[in-house]
Structure formats: C-alpha cells, structure tokens
Design a protein around this ligand. Structure first.
Ligand code: ADP
Ligand code: MG
Length: 219
C-alpha cells in the first residue's frame, strides 16, 4: 500500500538547516496496522505529514497503492489526499462552531452531493463510532474520547484506503485510549491500512508491527 525509498526532508529557518528525515525506507502492506515510535523531535509527525500529502519531501520516492506520488499536480495531490487517505490528529482538530454531524459531513462538501445526502451519510458514520445520539452537539459538549470518535468518523467518510493517526490517544486517559485503539483495530479489520504514531508502548503493542525512527532513519 505504501512504499518509501530514501525519503529526505529538511526544514530551514534563517541560516539554520535541520535535516529531519535522512533516508527513510518503509513498506506497509495493505491491511496492516503499524505503529511508529521514536523520541520527541525524531521526525514522526514529519513522516506522517508527508505520507498524508500534507507536506512535501525533498528527495526520494513515495508510492501509494502503486502510484508514484513524486510528480503529481496539485489537483492530483488533493484527490489522493482526500480520497485515499484519512488523517487523525492528536487534538481531534474539529471545527468548534459546527456540531458533530457537520464536522463529519465536511469532507463531502467538496463533492457533488446534496446536503440531505451528506447528512445522511455522516449520520451512518457517526453510528459506526457509536455517537448517533451526539450528532447535534458541539465539540465543546463532547468528551475528549467522543471528539476523537468524531474525528475518526470524519476521516472515514470518504472511504480511505489508509488511515494516518498522529498520537490519536495522546490527550486521553488510559481507558479511553484503549477504546479508541479498539475502534481503530475494528476499522483495520474492515480492511483499512492504519498507521499510528504513539509514544506509549501499550498502544503500540496493539498493532501488528512497530517501526522505530532514530537519527532520521528507520532503526
Ligand atoms: P516528532 O513528531 O517525532 O516529535 P516532528 O516531526 O514534529 O517530530 O519534528 C522533527 C523536528 O523538525 C523537530 O526538531 C522540530 O522542531 C522540527 N520541525 C517540525 N516541523 C517544522 C517546521 N514546520 N519548521 C521547522 N522545523 C520543524
Ligand atoms: Mg509529533
């Protein structure tokens, strides 16, 4: 599903240049659930953001489902980002003035689907994450775990092949973290490839494989 060859990424600010990814080689098979671990600042989010086509890499090759991501137009990048990939952030990143249903329906807004149909589909996804009764509540009225469920429903609504999650349990207590991990495992059992960054070993051990980043490479 994912094949990375010799991926490099640097950040420059002023005269300083920070070489974060120094030749990442990684393969993830369709249907795998993989966790990425590494020290704070080791480049985990940088790697996930490039996998999610949220940020560019400087050098190397990225294949997603057999398609080379190196020379895509912006329009093609947006297509793969929105249709093949779903992203989950540590803080859920919901829109504060939209209710749970509207947040989940948002990715469908840019497709040619009526509002009635969008809301109907969003409600199905809220149901999948166990939040039917919370559809009309604002994020501020939900618990951290519920907010993350909304984010998961939103990430799933365009039928992605891959879910990328950057410390999705980082702000949750341990029992809520386990619930979110069980939900991600269920999604994985439905055939979606899941890549998750975590610094907690308990969480990482719930996945098929743990990948460690150190000094800019996969250790
Ligand atoms: P991790 O997620 O493993 O904690 P990151 O990928 O967020 O690490 O960051 C890796 C390094 O790159 C850190 O030293 C961080 O400060 C730096 N960095 C991350 N994003 C940027 C950016 N947009 N501009 C400059 N430096 C950045
Ligand atoms: Mg990070």
């Amino acid at each position: 599903m994912i094949k990375l060859r010799n991926i490099h990424k640097s950040y420059s600010s002023g005269n300083a240049n920070l070489h974060v990814l120094k030749g990442i080689d990684l393969e993830v098979k369709e249907g795998e659930m993989v966790s990425i671990m590494g020290a704070s600042g080791s480049g985990k989010s940088t790697l996930l953001n490039m996998l999610g086509i949220l940020d560019k890499y400087d050098k190397g090759e990225y294949q997603l489902d057999g398609i080379n991501m190196n020379h895509l137009s912006e329009k093609e990048e947006a297509f793969y980002r929105n249709r093949k990939l779903g992203f989950i952030f540590q803080d859920a990143s919901l829109i504060t003035y939209k209710n749970a249903l509207e947040n989940v329906a948002l990715p469908l807004y840019y497709q040619n689907i009526s509002m009635k149909k969008r809301n109907k589909i969003a409600l199905e996804y809220l149901d999948k994450v166990g939040l039917t009764e919370w559809a009309h509540h604002l994020p501020s009225e939900l618990s951290g775990g519920q907010r993350q469920r909304v984010a998961i429903a939103r990430a799933l609504i365009c039928n992605p092949q891959v879910i990328l999650a950057d410390e999705p349990t980082g702000q949750l207590d341990s029992s809520t973290s386990l619930e979110i991990m069980e939900l991600l495992k269920k999604i994985n059992n439905d055939g979606i490839t899941v890549i998750i960054i975590t610094h907690e070993h308990d969480i990482a051990e719930m996945t098929n494989r743990i990948v460690y980043i150190k000094d800019g490479v996969i250790e």
